[in-house]
Each structure stands twice: as C-alpha cells, then as structure tokens.
Write a protein that binds this ligand. Structure first.
Ligand SMILES: NC(=O)CC[C@H](N)C(=O)O
Length: 304
C-alpha cells in the first residue's frame, strides 16, 4: 500500500507548479510549496502514511466541518438549518453575492465563508470559551491533545480578512447572525489557523466514517445523524464551486482548505488526509485533487 501511495505522490508532483499557494492571507505565502503527504485510516484499524504526512499546515476551511458538528451538537439540526441552508452554490467560497438580495434569508451552505461564520456564531460559549470548546472538540476527535493554532496566521488573517468582515457585518445588518460580530470573527479567524497534519484530518474522516465514534475506544462522541448530515454536505458543497465535478470524477465526500489540506471520508470504510499547499482557481489543493482522483480509481473508492 505505501508503495502505491508513493507512486501516486510522484505521479502528481508535477502539478505543484500548476497551482499557487494562497497569498491573500500573507502569512500563508511563506509555506513550503513542495510538501506532499497522504494518510489513510480504515475502520479495521489499518493506517497508511506516506511523504510529508506529519508536516503541520493550517486547517482553514476544513475547520468548517468541525464547527458544523459542534453547532449541531449545541443546537440541533432544525435550529442550525433555520440560519444556514443546505444548498450548493456556483459562487466561490468567499462570495458576498446574494447575501443582500431581498429574498435571501440565510447563507447557502455551511462550507462557504458566510455560512461558516454563521455556524461559528451558533457555537455556545462566551468570548474565549467558544473557541476553546471548538479546539477541545477537535482534540477529542483527532485524539491529539497537542493541537493548537498558529498565532502568525491568525493575526495575518485578522489583519487582512476584510471581505469576511464585510460579509459578517452585512449578515448582522440583515439579521442573519446574532451576537458581537468582532467576537465571532475572532473565533472564525482563530479556528482557520489551527494547525493539523494529514494524520489528524484522516482521523476526523475516520470519525465521520465510523458514525461519530472514536474507533479504538468505541466511544460515541455524538449522534450518528451528525455524521450523515456533515458527510452529505461535504459531498455536495465541500469543494466549493468545484463540488459537482469533484463528486463525478472522485466520488469521495471531501472538504478542502486553502492551507492545502483535503479531508476525505468514505462512510463505514475510511478517512483520508491529503496535503499539498499549491491551489487551483477554486482554492482546492491542485496536487490534492490529483491524488484523490488516483486513490479513488486505484482503490475503487468512488461511492457513487
Ligand atoms: N477556503 C478556505 O480555506 C477559506 C478559509 C480562510 N480562512 C478564509 O476565510 O478566507
């Protein structure tokens, strides 16, 4: 298996130069573009790791599935989806478009930034407590108590996240979010700067695949319904406005982040973590997409 994973990495390495690291968050432009890592964990307890699988990167939008899980635990499905829709969009992840349309009453889905900011606002807790609860939830699911956030990336994003700030204030003005906008944005920026490895995100994928149960301990952290909702939203919205083509060509419910990570989950089977920092025009890892396509074909993982 490791041989196959190494071959897949080498086959896709040429794609590094076809993409670019995210530089709209200045601190992200400093990452080494040449790292490529894969980690796969299945429900039988097998782990396979290759390449730079243990290099840390910022979780970015992959955090949106964790905040969604916690918001669902805190509020229940009905309350959450009163505030955010379940629907895919053909707009990019950072769009403001439609938020001010007269008939719009909520963001399209929790995987684009506007929906994710609303999701974060639904996590219970005051001030630091909200972020700490999310961080602890991520530590529990990854079984990695050392996970923390990257202060430089957090400050860089807080400093330059004008578009996120604009959409958050617009949503506040339109009554889509309650609470203090700056406080909510602060949690959002911090959650995006949490550092993980492919092992950590593969573990999250495995947790979803195992219906919200930690594999080794056989402990149920939350209701299996939450895994079902989150996996469905990953399959339809997880790769932004590339989600349709990705579902048709890869067929693995996945979530990407501009840090270069892609998390895949195959219900009842396995979790996959892939990392390579250069991105395509949608903000998805360009090598990561190549690797996920090859894994899907070689291991027959397409769920559709
Ligand atoms: N696509 C992403 O990973 C976006 C997350 C990033 N922190 C942002 O808000 O722009």
């Amino acid at each position: 298996m490791e041989d196959l994973l190494s071959k897949i990495i080498e086959k896709n390495r040429y794609l590094i130069s076809k993409g670019a690291v995210a530089d709209y968050i200045p601190a992200l432009s400093k990452v080494n573009p040449n790292n490529i890592g894969i980690c796969i964990m299945d429900v039988d307890g097998n782990n396979y790791k290759t390449g730079n699988y243990d290099v840390k990167f910022t979780i970015q939008s992959i955090s949106k599935i964790m905040s969604l899980m916690l918001a669902l635990i805190d509020n229940g499905e009905d309350k959450v989806f009163k505030k955010i829709d379940y629907e895919p969009t053909e707009e990019p992840f950072n769009t403001l478009f439609k938020l001010d349309f007269p008939h719009t009453v909520k963001p399209s889905n929790p995987m684009i930034n506007s929906g994710a900011i609303v999701t974060t606002s639904l996590i219970k807790g005051k001030g630091e407590e909200r972020f700490n609860r999310l961080l602890n939830f991520i530590r529990t699911v990854t079984e990695n108590p050392n996970i923390s956030y990257n202060e430089e990336v957090y400050l860089s994003e807080k400093d330059t996240g004008h578009k996120n700030r604009a959409m958050a204030y617009l949503m506040k003005a339109r009554g889509f979010i309650d609470g203090d906008v700056e406080e909510i944005l602060d949690v959002y920026f911090k959650q995006c700067s949490i550092e993980v490895t492919t092992v950590d995100i593969a573990k999250i994928g495995l947790f979803l695949a195992n219906r919200c149960k930690l594999l080794e301990q056989d402990t149920k952290v939350c209701d299996a319904r939450i895994a079902s909702i989150v996996t469905a939203i990953m399959a339809t919205c997880g790769m932004y406005n590339f989600s349709g083509e990705y579902a048709a060509t890869v067929g693995i419910p996945s979530k990407s982040g501009v840090g270069g990570g892609i998390l895949g989950t195959i219900p009842h089977k396995m979790g996959i973590g892939v990392f390579s920092p250069t991105l395509d025009q949608y903000g998805n890892s360009i090598v990561g997409y190549g690797i996920m396509s090859d894994l899907s074909k070689e291991l027959n993982l397409n769920i559709f």
